[in-house]
Design a protein around this ligand. Structure first.
Ligand code: NAD
Ligand code: TYD
Length: 339
């Protein structure tokens, strides 16, 4: 099979490419990525010379370019990771989120219709369901929970999901959607909670916790997410949505304290800052469907995953130091300067 992976120079897409090249040497991977601030070609350096791999710098909104690539590569499967992915940036400037996340997804699906495809897989998020209250630990997101997005980011991802399902119903496009909880692991851009706290702690900088730090996320090790997508591509049913989650709910403050402890840094670095606008309280996935239909379960325990992740950031300082020394400084100043 030829699998077109969009957004493969980002966090989850790159981990997916490594997983697929290692576990499916019979498949060819073509990676398309615009290389926005979040895409990093150095992440893919170890696979650049792999004969089963090709990288193409391209915007998923570039219809002509996308059609040309489909003509050249005739992909059997498309996995769409390409997106603007950070909630705080979507609050600052929603427009590019609508362009890439909605219209870009449309361009990819139009290409799939035009050239034919076995499967279009949309990598979605649990954030499309909105949030759950902290005082109802009995509630979880299932695939039938109503869409109720809170941020421009999650609204754009929800719109894309609706469009994907509409292309299935109207045009018969063979699609699947996965909606995953928060991922962590190697190569995550240091604007997200866990790598930001690791990088700041290592630099003895304040650790900015939004609000009271009581918000809960359901953390999943990125490799488990990649395995779930692989399973859906091979055994998932067309037109279906699959929730992916770790049954691993944690409060932000507890994660930040754990990072301090692991790195031997004082908790006095923790600084409570103004809360995010519209901040979702709790995400919690019920992954019963993917477990019962496809036999998928998360394999990595949080204690092991976070240890491996922290060690990875210690071992790959040049990767993230290069990122935070560039335009990231302006972002950080805008986002945290007067908070
Ligand atoms: P990321 O920001 O690390 O990577 C996104 C990648 O997409 C980057 O390489 C970027 O260059 C590329 N990209 C952006 N706009 C593009 C465009 N117009 N054309 C081509 N490429 C473009 O994001 P991530 O954390 O790896 O997330 C990947 C996908 O998974 C996203 O769709 C996101 O919504 C979804 N998701 C993420 C999480 C999470 O915890 N990170 C959880 C659930 C779902
Ligand atoms: P994030 O990694 O941005 O993921 P998401 O918003 O998609 O869940 O944030 C995870 C949680 O951490 C979220 O509740 C916001 C919080 N957070 C902070 O408290 N401080 C920070 O500097 C960041 C980036 C996030």
């Amino acid at each position: 099979m030829t699998i077109l992976v969009t957004g493969g120079a980002g966090f989850i897409g790159s981990n997916f490419i490594f997983f697929m090249l290692e576990n499916h040497p019979e498949d060819r991977i073509v990676c398309l990525d615009k290389l926005t601030y979040a895409g990093n070609l150095s992440t893919l350096k170890d696979v650049m010379d792999d004969p089963n791999f090709r990288f193409v710098k391209l915007d998923i909104c570039d219809r002509e370019g996308v059609y040309k690539l489909f003509e050249e590569e005739k992909p059997d499967v498309v996995v769409n990771f390409a997106a603007e992915s950070h909630v705080d940036r979507s609050i600052e400037n929603p427009e590019v989120f609508l362009q890439t996340n909605i219209l870009g997804t449309q361009v990819l699906m139009d290409a799939c219709r035009k050239y034919g495809i076995q499967r279009f897989h949309q990598v979605g998020t649990d954030e499309v369901y909105g949030d759950l209250p902290l005082d109802r630990p009995d509630l979880f997101f299932t695939e039938t929970t109503p869409i109720h997005a809170s941020s421009p980011y999650s609204a754009s991802k929800a719109s894309a999901d609706l469009l994907v399902l509409a292309y299935h119903r109207t045009f018969g496009l063979p699609v699947t959607i996965s909606r995953c909880s928060n991922n962590y692991g190697p190569y995550q851009f240091p604007e997200k909670l866990i790598p930001l706290m690791i990088a700041n702690a290592l630099n003895d900088k304040p650790l900015p916790v939004y609000g009271k730090g009581e918000n809960v996320r359901d953390w999943l090790y990125v490799e488990d997410h990649c395995k779930a997508i692989d399973r859906i591509l091979r055994e998932g049913r067309d037109g279906e949505v699959y929730n992916i989650g770790g049954h691993n709910e944690m409060r932000n403050i507890d994660i930040v304290k754990l990072i301090c402890k692991t790195l031997g840094k004082p908790e006095s670095l923790i600084t409570y800052v103004t809360d995010r606008k519209g901040h979702d309280m709790r995400y919690a996935i019920d992954p019963a469907k993917i477990h019962s239909e496809l036999g998928w379960l998360p394999e990595t325990k949080f204690a092991d995953g976070i240890r491996k992740t922290i060690q990875w950031y210690l071992d790959h300082k040049t990767w993230w130091e290069e990122i935070i020394s560039g335009d990231y400084q302006n972002y950080y100043q805008r986002m945290y300067g007067n908070r």
